[in-house]
Design a binder for this molecule. Structure first.
Ligand code: GLY
Length: 356
C-alpha cells in the first residue's frame, strides 16, 4: 500500500493506492456513523458494490455510464437526492466509478450547501491516474466538454488496482493514454520504461499497475500542489494533448470517442505540430505514435472520423486560452513539454487541415 499526501489550496488529503478493504477505518471515520451516499453506475455497482458495502453502510444512487453522466439533469438529480437525504455539510459523498462519475459527483459536492466533502474511489485506470486527484470537477454543457465546473479537492482518494481487473479493454487502453502522458511531459515515468512494461500494465500485472498508478499520482500531486487552480502554467502540463483531445471529443459528439482515446490522438498531434514547427525531432513524434498504436490506441484524426474543420473553433474556446490568444502544450521532445503562448491560429489551421 502506498500513501501519497496532497497539499493543495489549503487542503491536505491522502491518496491511498492499495486494497480498498484496508481503507475501511478511514472511510468509517469520515462517515461518522451515517450511511454514505455513493454515486455510481449500475455496472460498477454490480461488479464491486459488495466490496464497498462490506466496509461501511452505503446508499447508492445510479447515474448513466460514461459521458452521459456529465449533464445538467444529472447534476440537478444528485443535488435533489442529497437534499432529500438531508446530508449535512460535514458528511461525505462518495464517487464510485470512472472519471465521469467523479467529475459529476465532485461538482455536486462542491455546490451542495456551498461544499461538502467528496471521497473518490476510482474504478477506471484513467480516473485512478488522473481525474480523481487534483479537485477538477465538471459537467459538459452547450456541446462543450467540461464547460461548467469548479475546483473542489477531495477529502480522500482510494485507488485499488484490483478494481481494474474487470475493466473492459477499450477503457483500459484509454486510461493508458493518460499514463503515457506523464512520461511525455517528463514527470516520474520514463517513456522507455513504458515501452518495455506497457504490455504488462495492460495485460493485468497488479504489481506493475500499482507501481504505475502510484508514480502517476505522485507526479500529479506535485503539479497540483504547485498550481492548484491551473493558473500559472505548471498544472497545464497535465493537459498535454488535451486541447486537441477535448476538441476531438466535442466534434465527434461527446461520449463517442473516449477521453483517453482523444488524448492519445491529441498527444500524437501535439508531437506532429511541434515537429512541424521545428521544436522537436520528427523521430520522437514517430516513436510516440508507434507506442500509442502498439497500446491499441487511435493516433490520427482519420481514426476518429471527426470533421477537422470543427476543431479550430473548439480549440479556440479552450479554458487555457487567455485574452484571445491561443495556448497549447507543445513539446521539445519526449519528456520535455512546455506551454506555448500565442500559437498562430493560421499555422494551426493549416496543420489541422493536413494532419494525419
Ligand atoms: N486532468 C488535468 C488536470 O487535472 O489538471
Amino acid at each position: 500500500m502506498t500513501i501519497i499526501p496532497v497539499h493543495a489550496a489549503g487542503c491536505r488529503y491522502d491518496v491511498v493506492v492499495g486494497p480498498l478493504a484496508n481503507a475501511g477505518r478511514r472511510l468509517r471515520e469520515l462517515a461518522r456513523g451515517r450511511p454514505v451516499p455513493a454515486v455510481t453506475d449500475e455496472r460498477v455497482w454490480a461488479l464491486h458494490g459488495a466490496v464497498l458495502a462490506d466496509l461501511l453502510p452505503v446508499e447508492p444512487v445510479f447515474v448513466p455510464e460514461g459521458e452521459a453522466a456529465k449533464a445538467w439533469d444529472q447534476l440537478r438529480r444528485l443535488i435533489a437526492w442529497l437534499a432529500e437525504l438531508n446530508l449535512d455539510r460535514a458528511s461525505p459523498v462518495l464517487a464510485f466509478g470512472g472519471g465521469s462519475v467523479g467529475d459529476l459527483t465532485g461538482l455536486a459536492a462542491s455546490l451542495f450547501k456551498r461544499g461538502c466533502p467528496v471521497v473518490h474511489v476510482p474504478t477506471t485506470l484513467l480516473a485512478q491516474v488522473d481525474s480523481a486527484v487534483g479537485g477538477k470537477t465538471a459537467i459538459d454543457a452547450e456541446d462543450q466538454k467540461n464547460l461548467v465546473g469548479s475546483f473542489h479537492q477531495p477529502a480522500l482518494v482510494l485507488a485499488d488496482v484490483a478494481l481494474l481487473d474487470t475493466l473492459d479493454e477499450r477503457q483500459l487502453r484509454a486510461g493508458y493514454a493518460e499514463v503515457v502522458k506523464y512520461a511525455l511531459i517528463g514527470q516520474d515515468l520514463r517513456f522507455d520504461w513504458l515501452e518495455d512494461h506497457g504490455p504488462a500494465i495492460l495485460s493485468g500485472d497488479r504489481l506493475m499497475r500499482e507501481e504505475t498508478v502510484s508514480q502517476c499520482i505522485t507526479a500529479k500531486a506535485r503539479l497540483v500542489e504547485a498550481d492548484p487552480e491551473d493558473r500559472t502554467g505548471v498544472r497545464a502540463l497535465l493537459n498535454f494533448g488535451h486541447t486537441f483531445g477535448h476538441a476531438i471529443e466535442s466534434a465527434a459528439g461527446l461520449g463517442t470517442v473516449l477521453h483517453g482515446e482523444a488524448v492519445a490522438v491529441g498527444m500524437a498531434l501535439a508531437f506532429d505540430f511541434s515537429a512541424e514547427l521545428g521544436l522537436c525531432p520528427h523521430a520522437d513524434a514517430e516513436r510516440v505514435r508507434r507506442h500509442l498504436r502498439e497500446a491499441g490506441l487511435p493516433t490520427t484524426l482519420a481514426d476518429t472520423g471527426v470533421d477537422r474543420g470543427a476543431l479550430l473553433p473548439l480549440m479556440g474556446a479552450d479554458k487555457k486560452n487567455e485574452g484571445g490568444s491561443l495556448r497549447l502544450v507543445l513539446t521539445r521532445g519526449i519528456g520535455d513539454a512546455f506551454v506555448a503562448r500565442d500559437v498562430d491560429p493560421g499555422r494551426l489551421a493549416d496543420f489541422l487541415a493536413r494532419a494525419a
